[in-house]
Write a protein that binds this ligand. Sequence first.
Ligand SMILES: Nc1nc2c(ncn2[C@@H]2O[C@H](COP(=O)(O)OP(=O)(O)OP(=O)(O)O)[C@@H](O)[C@H]2O)c(=O)[nH]1
Ligand SMILES: [Mg+2]
Ligand SMILES: [Zn+2]
Length: 308
Amino acid sequence: MPEGVVIRSTGSWYEVRSEGREVFRCRLRGKFKLQDLKVTNPVAVGDQVTFELEDAGEGTGIITNIHPRENYIIRKSVHKSAHGHILAANVDQAVLVATLAFPRTSLGFIDRFLVTTESFRIPSVIVFNKADILTDEGLVYQQELTELYTKLGYSCLRTSTLTGENIGDFRHILRGKITLLSGHSGVGKSSLVNTIAPALVLRTSEVSAFANKGVHTTTFAEMFEVEDNTFIIDSPGIKELGLAYMEKSEISHYFPEMRDRLGECRYHNCLHVHEPGCAVTAAVQHGEIAQTRYYNYLSMLEGDDNRR
Ligand SMILES: Nc1nc2c(ncn2[C@@H]2O[C@H](COP(=O)(O)OP(=O)(O)OP(=O)(O)O)[C@@H](O)[C@H]2O)c(=O)[nH]1
Ligand SMILES: [Mg+2]
Ligand SMILES: [Zn+2]
């Protein structure tokens, strides 16, 4: 039976690219229960599947098997909070596209994103796009964030699809890998893909001047081959990022600067809030852990998004 990779999913149809690079429109037969995950989408872009040809002339098929995933990124579903939504499967890295203005990506969002990818052990890169619209102060702030996140182990890149700034470096980061592009609506994910693969001509739309928000131009995740052996998954903008499947006690493990200090807390079950002898709060007081990161940690701890 033919095998392939899911390159687009609309919820009812899955486009599967076979090894011979043909694209088939496939459906799922019956119900799939995978790894006991409660998810709204059993098959995600990036999944390797086996399928049966249904109508060779029409190019349609039926997915009969989903191969075990090497990894996946899941977030809490917007519609069913007890369920997760798989953003993509089998990726080598995630690129978070962030903009400090028009629209503004908050540090809370960035940190939630990084905690999510850390929890799935997926390397992340932050791309600060729309550098061309930043004021001098904006550029200084962006540079401070680059220093903060680079120190924590996340590569950062400043780009502009308008001026072409660092697009060569962006291409370099992607080369030979499968990358999920994620971020708020309107930050320029599809524009970035167009810049490195102009033949694709993905739809993009202006950010609403009134709401300072994107208009959700991309509605389904889709994988593109932008160069030989280089795949990029463009995905719909996400507004908020609920942490799926995470216990309170786990969260600090996904902050690299906290993870390094966990053995130094007096209590092994320390949540790093008011506990005496806490190495994390001491590091915050000494300026060794950024306050913004710590506050975002507290907010994730308090939020209801960390409950199953
Ligand atoms: N000034 C400036 N505008 C940009 C840049 N990159 C993208 N844009 C504009 O930002 C708007 C949104 O870009 P899109 O590529 O549609 O954004 P997206 O992230 O794909 O948005 P969704 O598909 O809704 O998630 C468009 O008007 C782009 O022309 C940039 O580097 N500088
Ligand atoms: Mg888009
Ligand atoms: Zn502690």
